[in-house]
Design a protein around this ligand. Structure first.
Ligand SMILES: [Zn+2]
Length: 128
């Protein structure tokens, strides 16, 4: 297991995660579908971000539990973090910033954040 590093498009914000994700989440909520992010989740404190908050701008919406961060120069969304980071809390990292060769084969799961808050591929088919 080794850390993976990436940056926003212009390089002002870099992000390092402790290991490769085993799955990515493609969420259809009103924000995620616009961003087009593929999220991986890591425990707060395990992700190293440089250039933040100096080079980032934040967006807070809805129930105001987290901030979504983007580079203020190139506009690329890098990650989200809880507004109130508690032990066991999670970060979301936009793995679109990472080199696909570094990521390797990884399952992408569609998450219905717009409605049911379930993974759409969890639905049992006929006869299941
Ligand atoms: Zn940038």
């Amino acid at each position: 297991m080794s850390a993976l590093r990436a940056s926003c498009h212009c390089g002002a914000v870099t992000i390092e995660v402790p290991q490769r994700p085993t799955q990515l989440t493609n969420c259809n909520c009103s924000l995620c579908r616009r961003i087009g992010a593929l999220w991986a989740y890591y425990e707060v404190g395990t992700v190293r971000v440089s250039g933040h908050p100096g080079h980032t701008a934040e967006y807070i919406w809805g129930d105001k539990t987290l901030r979504t961060l983007r580079c203020r120069h190139c506009g690329v969304v890098t990650h989200w973090e809880p507004l109130d980071p508690a032990a066991g809390g999670k970060h979301g990292v936009n793995m679109r910033n990472f080199d696909p060769d570094d990521l390797g084969p990884v399952q992408i799961r569609r998450f219905d954040g717009a409605d049911s808050w379930r993974f759409l591929d969890d639905e049992a088919g006929p006869g299941a």
